[in-house]
Design a protein around this ligand. Structure first.
Ligand code: NAP
Length: 257
């Protein structure tokens, strides 16, 4: 376990939520905008109608496709930081999920896309914010990198094996990233959701079945906001919390030289 002093999201002045047009990202963006600290919240995603709806709720918005080429993505991040120099928190909520059956034909384009959106794009985006966050850190200011992984990153679900693997990769990366930044003011927090009410499963046509088991979004958001406000390094809920507690030792890392 880390001995890092917890820093609350209440300290954040400007929070970017990538993947804020629906589900967990949208709910967290709205809940954070209502914190007593009144941070600026920037909601990012592809769907313009959803962004307009969030603008009407006084959120700032950014039309963003995380699969855009790396050069354009870097330019987008640089202009965002120039426009919002106080930006000090990024929640990486964008994600997609597909079912694959490797005993049958597998669409490798979807396999690659899933890894790209859920892992490579998140890692790329994080790396693009680091120089800005290190500058804040040098001025004694805290910042927050908050990827959303999944309970399936701890214990995989065979029908969504590639999704589970993408989240396991992101969990591993996040764990090491926290270690790399432990002597800075950059706080790496991991949100680990269980099955939660959202649009994630709509494309697979299994939303109705899952709705019998999932955690309602309001309940999930309340619980996650508690963890963010306490400054917890790992914010799990429901079944993901149970599994996380069982496998907690996996958050250990080899010593750095
Ligand atoms: N719900 C669950 O049961 C559950 C469980 C564990 C983990 N999670 C994780 O929680 C996070 C939020 O998912 P959710 O459940 O809230 O699903 P959701 O309602 O489907 O939301 C996914 C978000 O990702 C954005 N997104 C997808 N592809 C994108 C792209 N190429 N560029 C930019 N944004 C993109 C979507 O926005 P646009 O379509 O507008 O771009 C949307 O805002 C995901 O990382 C998911 O893996 C969810």
């Amino acid at each position: 376990m880390e001995s890092i002093v917890p820093v609350s999201i209440d300290k954040a002045k400007c929070v970017l939520v990538i993947g804020a047009t629906s589900g967990i990202g949208r709910a967290l963006a709205l809940a954070i905008s209502e914190l007593p600290s009144c941070p600026t919240v920037i909601a990012a995603g592809r769907r313009q109608d959803r962004l307009k709806e969030l603008e009407a709720k006084n959120l700032e918005t950014l039309e963003l496709d995380v699969t855009t080429d790396l050069e354009t993505l870097t330019e987008t991040v640089d202009s965002l930081v120039a426009k919002y120099p106080q930006l000090d928190a990024v929640i990486l909520a964008s994600g997609i999920q597909y079912q694959h059956d490797f005993t049958k034909d597998v669409d490798l384009n979807l396999v690659v896309k899933e890894i790209y959106v859920n892992y490579l794009a998140v890692v790329s985006l994080i790396s693009m914010f680091i120089s800005h966050f290190l500058k804040l850190s040098a001025d004694g200011l805290p910042s927050f990198i908050i990827p959303i992984t999944s309970g399936l990153g701890l214990m995989p679900a065979p029908q969504v094996l590639n999704y589970s693997a993408s989240k396991a990769a992101l969990r591993s990366f996040t764990t090491s990233l926290r270690k790399q930044f432990e002597s800075t003011n950059i706080n790496v927090m991991e949100i680990i959701p269980p099955l939660v009410e959202s649009e994630l499963h709509d494309e697979q046509g299994i939303t109705e079945r899952l709705s019998k088991f999932w955690m309602p979004l309001d309940e999930y958001t309340r619980k996650t906001m508690e963890g963010l406000r306490k400054g917890d390094s790992h914010i799990a809920a429901g079944m993901a919390e149970t599994v996380y507690k069982r496998f907690e030792a996996l958050d250990q890392v080899y010593p750095m030289n």
